[in-house]
Ligand binder design. Structure first.
Ligand SMILES: *[C@@H]1O[C@H](CO)[C@@H](O)[C@H](O)[C@H]1NC(C)=O
Ligand SMILES: *[C@@H]1O[C@H](CO)[C@@H](O)[C@H](O)[C@H]1NC(C)=O
Ligand SMILES: *[C@@H]1O[C@H](CO)[C@@H](O)[C@H](O)[C@H]1NC(C)=O
Ligand SMILES: *[C@@H]1O[C@H](CO)[C@@H](O)[C@H](O)[C@H]1NC(C)=O
Length: 957
């Protein structure tokens, strides 16, 4: 799946850009971090091989489609599973189910026709609710025999859940031209929700073929499922729709979309390679961009992997469906990928460049899953990175294959590799392979590490073995494990075979041990480089990098692919790895002489680099005199590393800000993307000190002047995507911190728009113009934007407006906003984001939000509105991160006095502690930081040292 890009714990980053830097699942739960990892009780025994399943669903929606005796928003289900015993003498059969009601269960020997279950069909089973097990006991003396086939037949009732956040089968709706509600239901079964649709073998390692049958209400339109329809018959007021048999696949990949009106809005006229965009009919015209990228991407993957998509199964289609309601970004169901509308539908006049980019990259992510995820599948979710790491890698590199101008190869570094470095720097991070058992733990492993570190690991590996050999290894892996499950060891072996065949030898390294270390060891290293300018000898040491300076050092090592270039012998394009550092220390001899070196060329390796002070000074002086002398990706690396090194106490603020001084001239998107994150992180620790904040902001304005002059306050047509993105992020940040030029321009654009609403604001400018306009504006302005949101027909635009509504300063507007959050006006999937946008949008809103939370039974309303307990935890944590000193005291008092009403009070109290620790950090460091930034170009001592040593170096020549 593609996670909805959303900031979770680090809500403070929202100010700059809420999509980055880390993908966090909405479902991330505290329990996922617990240590009860050895609880295997949730896992199915591997006694049985489910060869095939027939599933028949009869759904009931509104009163028109629900006959007497049936309940609205439920479905009748019949599941018939053909299973083969792979062990002898079994006396029971266990499958997973979490349906509403089990009615009858029978178990039969297929050859003899003998019924084997104990008792009659209503007493033959036990439901073990805690583990979602359905256990069928065999009658006395009966056992299953290895190799024989059995039929398990279950009649049951399922729920059509109210919101997508419950997954399984859930309902949604859209309003048609006449404003009538049109219902639909969709399924979202990944990762542990097949059991809500039918009694199943709900683990990725079990694969079956499936026949799906749906009895839809006669006035509904065609149902969509993984495979094409093969038979349609009308029976009374229902239409029986029979779908073709699926390929052998995991149960979570099933998809069924039953609707009153969804239709094909774009399609590819090639019967051999069908490709369709399906959506509510009122979205017609918004499928063109998705349609333009999908077929070329499929072809690119066909060629890259050497396996054609349409050959994977008889009659395989390639539908992409836009669902107004969806819990994540998108889900890779075979033959019918489902997306949140935001991630599939583009309106050229309403959707901004960032959201449009995601339509392309997320399509690439989901299509790549057809090979990595569907054709081969991780055996169990402990290795979900085998699915998600590959999909995330090809999200960028697949899309890059068909659209070079989007610069996605370079964007990968700042968006994925650097976010992996950020997610993986604490002592309690996990390895790519990480034991999980319960559904909550499983969901908790669908996070930054599996996506961003998984993908970055693959990039690093590609540069180790060359792209040709990388491709070959992937092909071998896919062919070897097609239609089966795969383990990391299968992947390692494929790489060994490919490197053997291609005679790839990398510094005597064993590729399997290289891969094993990176997969099984949490964290990543910091490479320390100490250059002796006289001899040219470089002393290297590696240590595990921890972001917090108080974390005690540990002594892991990694096999570290080394690349470097030097000021004297520049080469930014040689990314081949000739040396792998396998021990704690190493030495490399370069030409003697007074020049700088930079390691990790174009940041292809998962590590940070720190240099001796003198080398840093030389890098700083090069950057300050001519930043283009250093490759833009290494400038991005330096910015990101410098902020991390300052935070972790590895370098001083004096030195760090001296290096960063070049940002006052550099306008590159790649330098500024990590810079905004870094500046914002520090700035958020000054919020409780108005004087410090004011001085820091004034200095930031100076940093921003050049880049703002470069990105402009308007959006020229036909510019590079990265220019558009740079403008979106830089101006949002600049206006948020009150940059006078940015605010004045935004207010003026907002005024013009209010005077003449028929002249729209360019979608790429809406984020900061509407937010700033509403922050400075009136309640009436707020109501106007709210109306505009309600009338929008494009989800990206709708969410841009919702985000801006959170910037208001008006208490009435805040109240209206919160009443929308607790009502149906804001979709369940958007509620937590809405609250975050309210808190991030305007500093005064945290106090207003706390007042709202305390009033009446609002706390219960919000808890219910966000559906998942983990989401309410996020709300409490986000609130704490924005409150000032008095606000935190007030929140603490309220939580202590309302422990009954707020069972999550402990989460709230610990968020208050973190918020206070953040403030304390700011208080402790403020003086040092201000001194360092005040005039970072006049750092005296090191500069003099630099001059002196330059002279010495010259004398030595
Ligand atoms: C299964 O039961 C049969 C008959 O009692 C016995 O011969 C056989 O050894 C048993 N197999 C296993 C694996 O226990
Ligand atoms: C099944 O067995 C139970 C318990 O013996 C009995 O109460 C019930 O009536 C039986 N149902 C059918 C359909 O025979
Ligand atoms: C379609 O379904 C009907 C009713 O179940 C059945 O009579 C008919 O034979 C089926 N046709 C095909 C081609 O399978
Ligand atoms: C976008 O705006 C242009 C200019 O107003 C208009 O011609 C075009 O039809 C619009 N496109 C859509 C999809 O509405």
């Amino acid at each position: 799946m593609a996670l909805f890009r959303f900031v979770f714990i680090s809500a403070l980053l929202v100010l700059a850009k809420s999509e980055f830097p880390i993908d966090y699942s909405l479902d991330l739960d505290i329990e996922s971090f617990d240590t009860r990892n050895d609880d295997q009780a949730y896992r199915l025994p591997e006694d049985l091989d489910p060869e095939h399943a027939d599933i028949e669903i009869t759904p009931y929606f509104d009163s028109d489609t629900t006959p007497p005796g049936k309940e609205q928003f439920t479905f009748d289900g019949i599941a018939t599973l053909r299973i083969r015993a792979v062990k002898d003498n079994l006396t029971s059969v266990i499958v997973q189910e979490n349906v509403r009601e089990i009615q009858t269960v029978t178990l039969m020997d297929i050859d003899t026709g003998e019924f084997l279950h104990y008792g009659n069909e209503t007493t033959s089973f036990e439901r073990i609710r805690e583990y979602h097990f359905l256990k069928v006991n065999l009658k006395d003396g009966a056992t299953l025999r290895i190799g024989r086939l059995y039929k398990l037949h279950v009649v049951y009732i399922g729920n059509i859940n109210e919101t997508p956040l419950s997954r399984g089968m859930f309902r949604g709706y859209y309003r048609d031209q006449n404003n009538y509600v049109r219902w639909y239901s969709a399924t979202h079964l990944q990762p542990t929700h097949s059991r809500q649709l039918f009694p199943s073998f709900d683990e990725p390692g079990f694969k079956s073929t499936f026949n799906i049958v749906v009895n839809r209400p006669i006035r509904f339109t065609e149902t969509y499922s993984n495979m094409p329809l093969v038979n349609v018959t009308t029976i009374g007021d229902r239409v029986k729709e029979v779908f073709q048999t699926t390929p052998r696949m995991s149960a979570y990949l099933i998809s069924i979309h039953i609707s009153d009106g969804f239709t094909v809005i774009a399609e590819y006229n090639n019967p051999q390679k069908p490709y369709r965009i399906i959506a509510r009919p009122t979205a017609s015209g918004q499928g063109r961009y998705a349609m333009a990228v999908g077929p070329p991407l499929t072809e690119w993957f066909d060629n890259y992997f050497g396996i054609n998509y349409y050959d994977m199964a008889d009659g395989l289609k390639n539908d992409q469906l836009a669902s107004p309601f969806w819990a994540s970004g998108a889900t890779e169901n075979w033959g019918l990928v489902t997306y949140r509308e935001l991630r599939l539908l583009n309106d050229e006049n309403e959707t901004n460049a960032l959201d449009r980019m995601y339509i392309g990259t997320i399509t690439a992510h989901e299509l790549a899953h057809k090979w990595f995820g569907n054709l081969i599948t991780c055996r169990w979710w402990d290795n979900v990175w085998i699915n998600e790491g590959f999909a995330s890698y090809f999200e960028y590199f697949g899309m890059d294959g068909i659209a070079k101008s989007m610069d996605l190869e370079d964007q990968f570094i700042i968006m994925y590799l650097q976010s992996a470095l950020s997610a993986d720097a604490s002592p309690n991070t996990r390895a790519l392979r990480h034991t999980v058992n319960s559904p909550t733990q499983v969901t908790g492993h669908f996070t930054g590490i599996s996506y961003s570190k998984g993908a970055s690991f693959l990039l690093m590996l590609k540069h180790m073995v060359t792209e040709e050999t990388f491709k070959k290894a992937l092909h071998l892996f896919l062919i070897d494990r097609a239609y089966q499950y795969a383990t990391p060891e299968d992947l390692f072996l494929a790489f060994q075979n490919a490197t053997d065949q291609d005679n790839i030898v990398i510094d005597g390294l064993d590729i399997i041990s290289f891969m094993t270390t990176w997969v099984d060891q949490p964290g990543y290293p910091l490479l320390n480089v100490d250059v002796n300018m006289n001899t040219g000898l470089m002393n290297l040491t590696q240590e595990r990098f921890y972001i917090n300076e108080n974390t005690a050092p540990t002594n892991e090592t990694w096999p570290l692919p080394l690349t470097f270039t030097s000021g004297k012998d520049l080469n930014w394009d040689n990314l081949n790895v000739s040396r792998v550092m396998t021990s704690r220390t190493a030495q490399i001899q370069k030409e003697p002489g007074h020049d700088w070196v930079i390691f990790n060329v174009q940041q292809r390796g998962i590590y940070r680099v720190n240099y001796d002070t003198h080398t840093w000074e030389m890098i700083a002086s090069t950057l300050n005199s001519n930043h283009n002398a250093i490759h833009h990706i290494n400038r991005a690396q330096i910015v990101d590393d410098i902020f991390a090194l300052m935070r972790s106490g590895k370098i001083t603020f004096q030195l760090g800000f001296h290096v960063l001084e070049f940002l006052k001239k550099d306008t590159s998107y790649y330098s500024w993307y990590p810079a905004l994150t870094g500046f914002n992180w520090i700035r958020n620790r000054f919020l409780h000190m108005p004087d410090v904040l004011a001085e820091f902001d004034a200095i930031l304005y100076k940093y921003l002047d050049a880049v703002i002059t470069n990105v402009l306050y308007f959006a020229p047509s036909n510019e590079l995507l990265t220019n558009s993105l740079n403008r979106i992020f830089v101006l949002s940040f600049a206006c948020n911190i009150g940059h006078p030029g940015c605010v004045a321009d935004a207010v003026e654009q907002f005024r013009r728009f209010n005077a003449q609403p028929s002249v729209p604001v360019h979608p790429n400018l809406r984020r900061h113009v509407f937010c700033t306009g509403l922050r400075e504006g009136t309640y009436e302005n707020w109501q106007a934007i709210n109306n505009r949101m309600r009338n929008s027909n494009n989800q990206a635009d709708e969410l841009a407006m919702l985000r801006a509504l959170g910037c208001t300063n008006d208490y009435r507007a805040v109240e209206d906003f919160m009443n929308m959050v607790v009502s149906d006006d804001i979709k369940a999937q958007d509620k937590v984001n809405a609250i975050t946008w309210l808190l991030a949008g305007n500093r005064n809103n945290s106090a207003s939000f706390l007042e709202f939370l305390k009033a009446g039974d609002n706390v219960q309303k919000i808890r219910q509105a966000v559906i998942l307990p983990a989401s309410f935890n996020t709300v409490l944590s986000t609130l704490a991160s924005y409150l000032d000193v008095e606000g935190l005291n007030e929140m603490e008092r309220w939580l202590n006095e309302n422990q009954q009403a707020v069972p999550e009070f402990n989460v709230g109290l610990s968020a208050i502690n973190s918020a206070r620790a953040n403030q304390q950090w700011g208080t402790d460091k403020a003086r040092n930081i201000l001194e360092a930034v005040r005039d970072s170009s006049s750092v005296l001592v090191p500069s003099i040292m630099l001059v002196l040593s330059t002279m010495i170096a010259l004398m030595l020549k």
